[in-house]
Design a binder for this molecule. Structure first.
Ligand code: NDP
Length: 333
């Protein structure tokens, strides 16, 4: 079969394209311009004939994906504005919602061959930061707190709340569209919610660590500068997210499910400890730190991802070692 991956040049998407190609699928990658496809053509040259591209310059436009879905068997929709510095919340909310609805409408109207649509949401749509801590979240939880913040504060809301709201509105729009039309669709919907995603990079990045995507850049700041600016949370290795998305395409039992794909809780210090054991370029923590005595405030129940999808999660040590190797190769360390 052939799978459409939207935002194919993104951090998570490139690993997802690789997982799909390795599993024998053909892939059509939706990217904003032909030049964004060049890097993918290079890194996936050994899969020649299995990878093609559709150009979707801006998914905020109606009908943006109408051509891209033709002849496709499944879709993994990853494209979304992932920047944590929006001024007007509409900057992130409109492309996220219009893009998601654009994909679903095109899938419903333009292609009878599609059997499954996987939407990449986020644990930002799950976590409520005002919950008592520690707190275990599952797939029934929704981050209404950030929706309220954005609705009452608008531009003055925290940047992270604006991003979270974009993911919640887009995920809710996806479920509402699916519930309304599912009797008449050739496909079913699966939503996968990852927490922070870290990992080695396959997508095109510039010559310095500043060009890393937001999640990896925060990890870089933590490991190399001891700068822990964002609250502890949970994370998943990007390769395990890609595996979860592949399984979300193929597993019949995932039909109609919302699935959290979280490896485990972390404190930024855990990555520093692991990194300083693998690389002499990373300074050990100055302050005394004992992970066994720490309280991990945010926990996502990942049972469904293991039981329904069959996801397996790499250890924090393996992920950290592979990330450091990647940074060393790129000359970031
Ligand atoms: P990236 O920023 O690396 O990729 C985002 C992709 O979306 C890019 O291909 C980008 O295109 C595309 N895109 C953004 N806006 C538009 C638009 N208006 N029209 C068309 N395409 C657009 O993000 P990640 O790989 O980090 O994230 C992928 C998905 O996973 C997102 O949905 C994100 O919300 C979700 N996620 C990410 C997490 C993380 O920690 N990284 C955690 C949980 C969920 P271009 O490059 O051309 O701008």
């Amino acid at each position: 079969g052939k799978v459409l991956v939207t935002g194919a040049n993104g951090f998570i998407a490139v690993w997802t394209v690789k997982a799909l190609l390795d599993a024998g699928f053909s892939v059509r990658g939706a990217v904003r311009s032909l030049s964004k496809a060049e890097h993918l053509k290079t890194i996936f040259s050994s899969y020649a004939g299995k990878l093609e591209f559709a150009i979707v310059p801006d998914m905020i436009e109606g009908g943006a994906f109408d051509q891209a879905v033709v002849g496709i068997d499944a879709i993994v929709h990853t494209a979304s504005p992932v920047h944590l510095a929006a001024n007007d919340p509409a900057e992130v909310i409109e492309p996220a919602v219009n893009g998601t609805l654009g994909v679903l409408r095109a899938a419903a109207a333009r292609s009878a061959s599609i059997q499954r649509v996987v939407y990449v949401s986020s644990c930002a749509a799950v976590l409520t930061r005002d919950a008592p801590e520690p707190h275990v979240y599952d797939e029934t939880c929704w981050n209404d707190e950030d929706v309220n913040a954005v609705q009452t504060l608008g531009r003055a809301a925290e940047p992270l709340a604006k991003y979270s709201a974009s993911k919640i509105f887009a995920e809710r729009a996806a479920w509402a569209f699916y519930e309304e039309h599912k009797g008449a669709l050739s496909w079913d919907l699966v939503v996968v919610n990852p927490p922070w995603v870290f990992g080695p990079v396959l997508h095109e990045v510039g010559s310095g660590p500043k060009s890393l995507n937001d999640s990896n850049r925060l990890l870089f700041e933590a490991i190399t500068k001891g700068s822990f600016t964002v609250a502890d949370n949970c994370y998943t290795d990007v390769r395990d997210v890609a595996q979860a998305l592949l399984l979300a395409v193929t597993k019949p039992a995932a039909s109609g499910e919302r699935i959290i794909a979280s490896a485990r809780s972390f404190k930024w210090q855990d990555f520093v400890v692991a990194a300083s054991k693998t690389s002499n370029k990373v300074q050990p923590l100055q302050a005394s730190y004992d992970a066994t005595k720490e309280v991990y405030k945010v926990v996502y129940n990942n049972t469904k991802s293991k039981e329904v999808l069959g996801v397996t999660y790499r250890s924090l040590e393996e992920t950290t070692a592979d990330i450091l190797k990647d940074w060393e190769t790129r000359g970031y360390l």
